[in-house]
Design a protein around this ligand. Sequence first.
Ligand SMILES: NC(=O)c1ccc[n+]([C@@H]2O[C@H](COP(=O)([O-])OP(=O)(O)OC[C@H]3O[C@@H](n4cnc5c(N)ncnc54)[C@H](O)[C@@H]3O)[C@@H](O)[C@H]2O)c1
Length: 358
Amino acid sequence: MQGRIRSAIIGAGFIGQVHARAVRAAGGEVAWISAASQGEADAAGERTFAQRATADWREALADPEVDVVHVCTPNHLHVEIAAAAIEAGKHVICEKPLAPDAGDAARLVEMAAEAGVVTAVPFVYRFYPTVRDARARVGRGDLGDVRLIHGSYLQDWLSRPGDGNWRVDPKQGGASRAFGDIGVHWCDLAEFVTGQRISRVAARSFAIDRPAGPSLTEDGATVMFETDGGVVGSVVISQVSPGRKNRLWLSVEGAEASAQFDQENPDSLWLGSRGANSVVIRGTEGTAPAAERYNIVPVGHPMGYQDCFTGFVGDVYAAVGGDQVDGLPTFADGHRAAVLTKAFMEAASTQDWIEVAG
Ligand SMILES: NC(=O)c1ccc[n+]([C@@H]2O[C@H](COP(=O)([O-])OP(=O)(O)OC[C@H]3O[C@@H](n4cnc5c(N)ncnc54)[C@H](O)[C@@H]3O)[C@@H](O)[C@H]2O)c1
């Protein structure tokens, strides 16, 4: 790939702006930004230094100078925009959920493979150096045989009955909310760090009362699972847990040692053993070489969520340039999340153990 990569960002809300900052930090250009109205697009264009702003995303996709399309709209628009971007020959980053429906996600995987374009889904927590370090430690056997995987992903921003967002409407957000919105991040992270695949799930979900009646999608859930490696685990997911802002917490426990990652304290990896426990700070001696690529600033200068996105977009750009990048979450991972969501919903509604397809 010659010159700077030119990106079109479709959707200019919270995450569209995170993408825009990451594009610029990764050395790309924000060629277009698109939002639901021209006014919102123009305002976002000023904030993100986009070259053009439009309320018609098709206009951005028709620009032959655009290399990568970022789909950052509400969920129900992902499939249509991602499919159109592939048809236009663009590389595509599509926000999670890639598709609320697993069949649609599979179709996008096939379309992208036929077109030969790079795809990515921002399971962005993979891009913390401490997560890469934890993955390397599990992979080289430092923990011993993994016996237990557990954790939680808790938020509070929908905890009051009147709290609203398009995500609460199943027509825009999809049939699963807490699991489909944030549970999939936890599952992706757990599978990424451990190399185990969740093979069976059992689940209980709940919905709180809202002004128009109970939520139509789950506000929270407890999920038990087994993996293809014979490990058991559990995760608690909630968007109605007062005080918890974005508390993604993962613990992997092996025969010799444990490792814990806490998204709200992402520069540290907790390691437990029968002897002394330790806290490993990213970038210090002994951390895995695989983590180095994502250390954007030297140790002692805290890194965070936006930096993960820079690492993520940088890896997408490297893949567009022809590099084989380890650990890039692709549309196949987006499809995996849709399959897990389907199994979760079936488990929650039947109250049976459900096998995860694939
Ligand atoms: N990977 C992550 O960590 C992460 C974090 C937050 C959100 N997300 C995902 O990002 C997506 C957007 O979430 P958000 O929180 O930014 O939502 P948001 O409500 O803040 O923003 C949505 C944006 O989409 C725009 N939009 C709506 N219809 C459009 C259309 N027809 N054409 C162009 N733009 C349109 C809106 O104008 C708005 O700018 C969701 O799919 C969500 O799941 C991912």
